[in-house]
Unconditional design. Structure first.
Length: 299
């Protein structure tokens, strides 16, 4: 039987990678995101001057925003930054959580108490609330390396959950006869981790990593709705009016810039970035399910 989720997930992932790295160089994509302040169009046989936002047409397949920037180009240009952010956050999360989980496999000692406390601390509230509170700390609002801090914070919020999951897997493995025999022979933790724990747990960690990438992307979208960004600058947006302005070009930024349009009935501006994020989340989930089935067949 064919592994349909793996095929679909792999195809969608290839499409996302193509859009992210090749898309900005396509001839119909404006990589510079230039603004078109006005346009002459023919209406009822007369040429009239029209101001943005422009509706979808052969020139702008998804229309433009209120500043005349092509919506399709914004999505394509922002794809690379979005995927890299998601990958970085998920990678940092697992780099921290996996060693902690393995070291806490006996469910005793400092590492066990640490990940238990870590997991309980952030399990009392949704990740979006915990992330928003931490990212809004005064010393981080104007931090020089805010982007790096933001990636570390978003990764750390769910480190406890991932570490506890790894701990449970490692604990079950440590109870196996061959693992007890290896420990009795005096093999070091480093050797056990390299030769036993990581190779055996690797398939499940890969599946969970793909699922976490979808969760991270969803979290970025939720933070954008409440006007919390990974990187921003304190700029004057109007006369004597200062505001934090997002400096990135990711999909969460596009979503946040149009969130007020919902109240004006302009759902298409929110629909485009939300749809792109939904496709990416579905991609990661399909890929995780397909890999899980593939590993089960091999097992």
């Amino acid at each position: 039987m064919k592994n349909i989720p793996l095929w679909l997930g792999g195809t969608l992932l290839a499409f996302l990678v193509f859009v992210a790295f090749v898309g900005p160089h396509l001839p119909f994509i404006d990589a510079d995101l230039s603004k078109e302040r006005s346009r002459w169009v023919m209406k009822n046989g007369e040429e009239k001057l029209v101001l943005p936002a422009f509706k979808p047409s052969s020139k702008n397949l998804l229309g433009t925003d209120k500043e005349g920037v092509d919506n399709l180009s914004r999505l394509v240009v922002g794809a690379k930054e979005t995927i890299l952010f998601v990958l970085a956050i998920a990678a940092v999360r697992y780099i921290i959580a996996v060693p902690l989980g393995i070291m806490a496999r006996r469910k005793t000692g400092f590492c066990h108490r640490l990940i238990t406390f870590w997991n309980q601390l952030f399990s009392y509230m949704p990740p979006v609330f915990a992330s928003a509170l931490l990212l809004a700390l005064p010393f981080l609002l104007f931090a020089q390396y805010r982007l790096a801090w933001a990636i570390l914070i978003l990764a750390s919020v769910e480190v406890g959950r991932v570490a506890v999951t790894v701990q449970e897997q490692a604990y079950k493995m440590s109870r196996e006869p061959y693992m007890e025999a290896s420990s009795a022979l005096g093999l070091r933790t480093r050797t056990l981790t390299k030769n036993y724990y990581v190779p055996i747990m690797f398939p499940e960690m890969v599946v969970n990593f793909c699922l976490d990438m979808g969760k991270v992307l969803l979290l970025l979208g939720q933070l954008a709705i409440v006007n919390i960004f990974l990187g921003h600058e304190w700029k004057e947006v109007d006369y004597y009016t200062m505001k934090f302005v997002e400096t990135g070009l990711n999909w969460a930024t596009i979503l946040a810039s149009h969130r007020t349009d919902i109240f004006l009935g302009k759902f298409e501006y929110v629909f485009y970035p939300a749809c792109a994020m939904m496709i990416a989340i579905v991609t990661f989930n399909l890929l995780a399910e397909g890999l899980r089935r593939r590993f089960q067949v091999r097992g």
